[in-house]
Design a protein. Structure first.
Length: 618
């Protein structure tokens, strides 16, 4: 072999030396700039956190990744997990994550990685602040509780391969132990004096009963059969066998799990307090602040939030009064006399995709589906909701419509804007096309997500005016939006009143009476819903106000050079984050200044001077 090498011409050796030099040069540069870079180290660390967290339960993994093996992630045994009451372990892990994140040289990270680091640091810091108040958490509620959401998540469990079918069937056997862990948690709440009221208990039991009524006709049986047919690849005999196995699991595992949950909850009847806000529980006010930070994404003092909400309420009310003074006929038009022509949901979504092009950045053609909520769940689910696709496929994008909800054509138009374009579906797809770190998908930023979808509704009402056959069309839709804004603002103020200041139903009724809402049944429903879903309305409305105020600040600074579409693009590119992180990075867009990490002390110091029936609750 060596003798043959000696016989190679000198020109070959010169060429080989040049090639080696080139390869080594590229290699050294590549390893210096990426493999050994701070960005590469950080991305590897973020991926490690993602892998640990995404495999915690099968639903999280499946709804995050359609094909986890292609990401190098092994599927654990199918499980729904359990409710963790060993919070010291959780807090220790958060502290470990924080220490790891703080070890990176912030200024050496790309802007995208800086956003991710800021997001993770604030997320884990906020989670640790929950401290010993974790028993105030509530997994069950009539509308948004896990017992209401689980059937939908199971029914929509997509079958990408036969492994998904077997995992789904195995998952049904874990509903019982999961519900048992929730019951154990509820018993601890009961012992600590923070179990739900009997009114809330009855509403949850009614929701559960609706699901298990007529088990032989449970809608999950039909859905499974339809999904098997769509999947294909099975003989009729194999399909029949799978359907029989599924039926058996529904009847012997899922239905009994709900029955046992109902029985266990019923035994705790009377151990809770009457319907009241968090402020009445030990540590309740601090827990409410935790919800504002973790769910709404705001760190603004509640008093300043109240001031901002009150100002918006006055501004909108003043505008409504002015419009009705100038055009009294608008009132009858808005309350039922004038509406859009009837349109199919897909027609509306196609219209919206065209209409938004002037105000929002373009998005290449996006496939989506419109489906309808099964009749057995209509009473307990939202008017509409968007089901996000796995991050590795980006499909399917599904919008669900609840046909039991009575709505005008204008409300359907704006509802589909909220769920579709330029709302949830559009925002989700736009962000996914930025190729963010996978961990970003697991960090809940509901205030951004729902705030954005509420913010764009104001544009949807403007777009709808083009299809209203009325000379005052623009004013009709503008007044309709102002009316919705006032309602959401009222509910947000009531949320603060009930949970931060301790309002009872009588105090809530007095507040609503000042705005013309006197029906005792309506007042009771508003009060009860807000008691059961603390901070929920603020995700929507406070989130909306944050985007509104950011736009105002940005446009004032830029003056005539302000570009609305460019502003929206910057927000969408940053993606779902808490509002301090969004404010920081949108201000730094295009800046080459050295960045410093968003530490908690500086954050709180910075923030200290910042200043009628539930709709679209998904």
């Amino acid at each position: 072999m060596l003798s043959k090498l000696h016989k190679l011409p000198r020109a070959f050796w010169i060429a080989l030396i040049l090639v080696l030099a080139l390869v080594l040069g590229i290699g050294i540069g590549f390893f210096t700039n990426h493999v050994f870079s701070e960005n590469a180290r950080f991305e590897a660390y973020a991926d490690a956190i993602f892998e640990k967290e995404v495999t915690g339960n099968t639903l999280t993994l499946h709804y995050s990744l359609a094909h986890p093996e292609e990401e190098g992630i092994l599927r654990p045994s199918p499980t729904l997990g359990t409710v963790n009451t060993e919070m010291d372990e959780v807090y220790a892990l958060c502290e470990e994550y924080e220490a790891g994140l703080k070890s990176f040289a912030y200024s050496q990270l790309s802007r995208e990685n800086q956003i991710t680091l800021d997001t993770l640091l604030l997320y884990f810091h906020t989670l640790r602040s929950l401290d010993d108040r974790y028993l105030l958490e509530e997994y069950l509620s009539p509308s948004l509780g896990i017992q209401a959401q689980l059937p939908v998540l199971l029914a929509e469990y997509a079958f990408y391969g036969e492994k998904d079918i077997s995992d789904y069937l195995a998952l049904l056997s874990t509903v019982r132990p999961y519900f048992q862990s929730i019951l154990e948690f509820e018993k601890k709440k009961s012992d600590a004096g923070c179990f739900m009221s009997d009114v809330t208990l009855d509403r949850i039991l009614a929701q559960c009963q609706s699901f298990i009524d007529d088990p032989e006709s449970n809608y999950m049986l039909d859905v499974f059969s339809q999904k098997l047919s769509a999947y294909g690849g099975f003989s009729q005999q194999e399909k029949d066998a799978l359907e029989e196995k599924h039926r058996e699991l529904i009847l012997t595992e899922v239905i009994p799990a709900y029955e046992e949950l109902m029985e266990g909850l019923s035994k705790l009847r009377g151990t809770g307090k009457k319907s009241q806000g968090l402020m009445h529980y030990t540590g309740g006010r601090q827990y409410y602040l935790y919800l504002l930070q973790s769910q709404v994404g705001t760190y603004v003092p509640v008093e300043k939030m109240e001031q901002r909400l009150s100002q918006q309420l006055m501004d909108d009310s003043r505008q409504i009064s002015l419009m009705l003074t100038e055009q009294p006929s608008l009132l009858s038009k808005v309350t039922g006399g004038t509406d859009l022509p009837a349109m199919e949901p897909k027609e509306i979504l196609n219209i919206l995709q065209e209409k938004i092009k002037e105000d929002f950045p373009s998005l290449e053609k996006t496939d989506y589906e419109v489906r309808y909520v099964h009749k057995s769940m209509e009473e307990f689910l939202s008017p509409a909701f968007y089901l996000t696709p796995p991050m590795d496929t980006g499909t399917p994008n599904v919008i669900y419509i609840n046909q039991s909800q009575t709505r005008s054509n204008l409300e359907l138009f704006t509802c589909l804007a909220h769920e579709g374009f330029p709302g949830h579906l559009y925002q989700t797809v736009f962000f996914a096309r930025q190729k963010p770190e996978k961990i970003r998908y697991l960090i809940e930023s509901t205030g951004y997500v729902e705030g954005w979808a509420t913010y764009i509704e104001s544009y949807a009402y403007q777009y709808a005016a083009s299809y209203l056959d009325d000379p005052a069309a623009a004013d009709v839709t503008a007044l309709s939006w102002l009316n919705r804004s006032v309602n959401l603002c009222l509910y947000s103020l009531i949320d603060i009143g009930i949970h931060y200041y301790g309002w009872n139903e009588t105090r809530t009724a007095s507040f609503l009476e000042a705005f013309g809402i006197r029906d005792s049944a309506v007042v009771n429903e508003i009060f009860q819903y807000i008691v059961e879903t603390p901070a929920n309305y603020l995700k929507y409305y406070w989130g909306y106000l944050n985007f509104l105020d950011l736009k105002s600040t940005y446009s004032q600074k830029q003056g005539d050079s302000f570009d609305l579409k460019e502003f929206h693009q910057k927000i969408l590119e940053i993606g779902p984050v808490s509002f301090p992180v969004l404010e920081k990075h949108i201000k730094e867009t295009g800046s080459n200044k050295k960045q410093e990490a968003l530490d908690q002390t500086a954050l709180l110091s910075f923030l200290s001077f910042l200043l009628y029936v539930p709709l679209y609750t998904e």
